[in-house]
Design a protein around this ligand. Structure first.
Ligand code: ADP
Ligand code: ASP
Ligand code: MG
Length: 417
């Protein structure tokens, strides 16, 4: 059994969908489960719809129209008018409108998951119908019947035992299965595994089915030593150990979702990252090995960070009691900590405010602590750094914090201009 994952970029327009089919035909369509994300940038488009809907603004209609137009153009590029897939897609939009009309919940995260998931459902419905149209037999699975989670909407935790039992029992491993990434179900409602969670979905299926491999198909030749959108010169990493991949993902390398690797490592399932444009290239293999090949510094960039320095107003040291207090608030406010630095009287953290909760955090701590914050700073992490690598990052602006250990250097930079 093989697991394939195609992200948004690989289904961004009709030609891209045709290319997915080319990949499948080249690689073979048996014993395969294919995880597919929402098309192109549709998850962002759904997020705009959700924002407008929850804030009851006039933008609901244009946001919904943009999503409908995108999918209609996709259908027009792949099918003849009158194909039954048009009815299926219309039905899904009807279901979405119905959900929005009857919702009474004020829980943003819950609403988010109920709406955003249509991106994946639409995408897989279209790809599956296209495969059928051109004669490639396939089985469309609703992933919500397989991946069971808690009800922590937008960042749901997998119930591994239940999920494994269901997947083992219900997936026909001889066939070509098409399913959605990113989604789960809490027993009653749709949940999501966090943005970019489709890689994780592939990892979950691979673990439960004890698959031979997972392949993530990308618009890049594999995992590079830096984000090509930020760095002009990059190198392909041909081999990466599970441990190294976990470290890189943990520090924010956006090319593989952080939760994906551990389930694969446990069962020693290799992960291939390959180019969907160039099927002859080997790409990257994540496997049980040491470090990375070739051994070059790897750069991980996290923009839009907030650096916060916290000290106690009563002059007490920043030790166990104060720090646990601060950490509890960070956790309650869902602020993701990407770097920690501690001295006797000050405790600094570099955080990411995905859920717009920083002001709440600040207000709750300000009576007991002096809090200094630098907004919009960038966190650079260099794995396997050398002096040249550090100097190249220092040249980007003012370094507010620098933290170095054997394998990893981290710099918080206030960038120029
Ligand atoms: P997907 O369609 O699979 O979700 P994404 O757009 O999320 O794909 O990720 C692919 C993009 O990730 C690439 O086009 C590339 O610009 C970017 N990227 C960031 N860091 C890396 C890296 N270290 N190696 C390769 N690509 C990277
Ligand atoms: N469509 C979701 C997102 O864009 C999940 C994924 O692509 O992995 O975040
Ligand atoms: Mg992605």
């Amino acid at each position: 059994m093989r697991i394939f994952k195609f992200g948004g970029a690989s289904v961004k327009n009709p030609d891209a969908v045709k290319n997915v089919v080319r990949v499948l035909q080249h690689e073979g369509t048996e014993n395969t489960l294919v995880v597919i994300s929402a098309m192109g940038k549709m998850t962002n488009a759904f997020e705009r719809l959700i924002k407008a809907y929850t804030e009851s603004t006039d933008d609901v209609k244009p946001a919904l129209e943009a999503i409908k137009d995108f999918h209609t153009e996709m259908l027009d590029g792949l099918f003849d008018k009158g194909d039954e897939v048009y009815t299926k897609v219309m039905y899904l939009f009807g279901e979405l409108a119905g959900r929005m009309a009857i919702n009474t919940s004020a829980d943003y995260n819950y609403i988010y998951d109920q709406i955003v998931g249509f991106g994946e459902i639409l995408s897989t419905t279209i790809v599956s119908a296209y495969l059928t149209k051109i004669g490639v037999e396939n089985q469309w699975l609703d992933v919500r019947e397989y991946i069971k989670t808690d009800n922590n909407y937008r960042d749901a935790k997998v119930n591994w035992e239940l999920t494994e039992t269901i997947i083992k029992e219900k997936v026909d491993t001889t066939k070509l299965n098409i399913t959605q990434g990113f989604l789960g179900n809490d027993g009653e409602y749709t949940t999501t595994l966090g943005r970019e969670g489709s890689d994780y979905t592939a990892g979950i299926f691979a673990y439960c089915l004890e698959a031979d491999s997972v392949t993530i198909w990308k618009d890049v030749p594999g995992v590079l030593n830096a984000d090509p959108r930020v760095f002009s010169e990059t190198e392909l990493l041909r081999k990466i150990s599970y441990t190294e991949a976990i470290e890189m993902a943990f520090y924010g390398a956006s090319v593989i979702h952080p939760k994906t690797i551990q389930p694969l490592e446990q069962k020693q399932i290799p992960l291939y990252v390959r180019s969907f444009d160039d099927l002859d290239r080997e790409g990257t293999t994540v496997l049980k090995t040491e470090g990375i090949t070739p051994e070059v510094p790897c750069y991980i960039v996290k923009k839009n960070q907030i650096l916060v320095s916290i000290s106690a107003k009563d002059f007490s040291f920043m030790v166990e009691d104060n720090i646990s207090d601060v950490f509890k608030k960070l956790h309650d406010c869902k602020l993701k900590v990407n770097l920690i630095q501690n001295s006797a009287i000050s405790f600094s953290v570099c955080i990411e405010d995905k859920f717009n909760m920083f002001d709440t955090f600040y207000d709750e701590l300000k009576s007991f602590y002096t809090i200094k914050s630098y907004r919009d700073v960038t966190l650079y992490t260099i794995r396997h750094f050398d002096d040249e690598a550090i100097n190249s990052i220092r040249a980007k602006g003012k370094a507010i914090i620098r933290q170095i250990n054997t394998e990893t250097a981290q710099l918080v930079i206030q960038e120029k201009g």
